[in-house]
Design a protein around this ligand. Structure first.
Ligand code: PLP
Length: 482
């Protein structure tokens, strides 16, 4: 595909400015004047429309195709929630609108949405209070670990370490480190779960928190999670729940009931905002009662007369973590989504997500290595190690899938699985869609045996073919030169 600069003809214009009939006041100093024409594309309006329409057709999205990107929960997000978020009363609201006194009560509806969403998420997770402010999952983690630190500081306890398993998402140890902790990494035992013996050995009064993803990044639910929590609590450490995988848990199991003290949720995975692409997200953080006083300001409160307000006067709070009140539109969509699905709908989403993942697991397990072969939750992790023996690596499988119209699964994560292929189908896909993808995966496994070169050359039908990735990193060529 050509760049817009390579299209059109010198001198062609889409728009010509009318000659100004206002006399020039004083000519601009020569120093500030341009001596060369700017390097613009000479295209007509139609050229521009066609160029960008063509570009937009190259976009890949859940709205166009299947997107089994493990750990990212790329589900379809109902357009209903977009409609709610674009209602003028919400979309046009200014963050400095008077909440309650002075100019009226113009922000009451928005405050009520924040208040009610907090209550719904608290109910779903079994926590006592939530802040909706964090702007992403990783930001939620940082906020959560800061809450842990504030809690220990207030109780006069000095602790140095945060424990994470080696299967954890990279943001977990990063958040703990940014919040000032040293990280202890516990390895995964042969059964696919955190090594319990090593965990017990490393746990003592210096550990501030244990950060766990549940179900974990292998898509497995650790049956000894309660025991792990009890061991942490006995040593005075807190339990942190990375809730990015909450999609498997909705209405089935509550982190608060298992003993988690701090929870973050990715609204842009589980609750109806498209994930990925760098768009706005939200990583609300929920806490048990003993941590509620430390939550960031402002808090949304309901006054005795039933009106809502922002409360800034909380002396134990960790303070501000985001301007105004986070990504309100994302919270609003999550609220609309929860009300749309209702209790039964959310439970159904979790059940179907788990069923779909197990269907993928069952259909592929004869064709790909399954390192931890038991019933999975919302995602399953295979290894391309069998194919790699013939020179077909996870990256080649991913590239071939692109040629066949599928977004690849997550590859090379979790790090503990060699040649990892992490498939998360989500609840919103039909059996026909899954079958199309799974048939292609089976076909790739067969090609890897019979004709490996046909896989390793892919993609052949995309605008950009196989790149020399080393060269792309060492000598990036990002700028068009006339
Ligand atoms: C996505 C994810 C995160 C981080 O969330 P972001 O919104 O991308 O910052 C953390 N943990 C797990 C397990 C995840 O899948």
């Amino acid at each position: 595909m050509k760049l817009i600069f390579e299209k059109g003809r010198h001198g062609r214009r889409g728009y010509v400015q009318a000659k100004s009939d206002v006399p020039e006041a004083k000519p601009l100093d020569k120093r500030y004047r341009r001596h060369k024409d700017p390097c613009l594309a000479f295209v007509s309006e139609l050229d521009v429309v066609r160029h960008y329409s063509e570009l937009s057709r190259l976009n890949y999205s859940v709205d166009t195709n299947f997107y089994p990107l493990g750990s990212c929960t790329m589900k379809y997000n109902p357009k209903f929630t977009e409609r709610i978020a674009s209602l003028d009363g919400f979309a046009q609201v200014h963050p400095l609108l008077p909440q309650i006194s002075g100019g009226g009560m113009l922000a009451q509806g928005s405050l009520e949405v924040l208040y009610d969403t907090e209550k719904l998420l608290a109910e779903i997770t079994g926590m006592s209070a939530f802040t909706m402010q964090p702007l992403a999952g990783a930001h939620g983690e940082l906020t959560g670990v800061m809450l842990v630190a504030a809690y220990h500081k207030a109780s006069g306890s000095r602790r140095k370490y945060v424990i994470v398993p080696d299967s954890s998402h990279g943001t977990n140890p990063a958040s703990a480190a940014i919040a000032g902790y040293d990280v202890i990494v516990i390895r995964t035992a042969a059964d696919g779960y955190m090594d319990l013996e090593e965990y017990k050995r490393r746990m003592d009064g210096n550990v501030a928190a244990v950060m766990l993803t549940c179900p974990d990044t292998l898509g497995l639910f650790n049956p000894r999670i309660k025991e792990i929590a009890d061991i942490a609590h006995k040593a005075g450490a807190l339990m942190y729940y990375d809730g990015a995988n909450l999609n498997a848990m909705l209405g089935k199991c509550r982190p608060g009931d298992i003993g988690f003290d701090v929870v973050h949720i990715n609204l842009h995975k589980t609750f109806a905002t498209p994930h990925g692409g760098g768009g706005p997200g939200a990583g609300p953080v929920g806490v048990s009662g003993k941590l509620a006083d430390f939550l960031p300001i402002p808090r949304v409160i309901r006054r005795t007369d039933g009106t809502f307000a922002l409360d800034y006067h909380r002396h134990k709070s960790i303070g501000y973590i985001a301007p105004f009140y986070g990504n309100f539109g994302v919270v609003l969509k999550a609220y609309a989504y929860m009300l749309l699905l209702g209790r039964e709908g959310l439970i159904g989403a979790a059940e179907t997500a788990v069923l779909n993942a197990n269907y993928c697991l069952a259909r592929l397990k004869g064709h790909y290595e399954l390192p931890y072969g038991r019933t999975c939750m919302h995602e399953c992790v295979f290894s391309a190690s069998r194919q790699a023996k013939n020179g077909v690596h996870a990256i080649d499988i991913a590239k071939y899938l692109i040629d066949r119209g599928y977004h690849p699964p997550t590859i090379y994560f979790p790090l503990i699985v060699k040649e990892a292929l992490m498939i998360e189908p989500t609840e919103t896909e039909s059996k026909e869609t899954l079958d199309g993808f799974l048939d292609t995966m089976v076909e790739i496994a067969r090609l890897a045996e019979k004709d490996p070169a046909s896989v390793t050359q892919a993609p052949l039908h995309m605008p950009v073919k196989r790149l020399d990735e080393t060269k792309a990193a060492r000598e990036p060529n990002l700028r068009w030169q006339p």
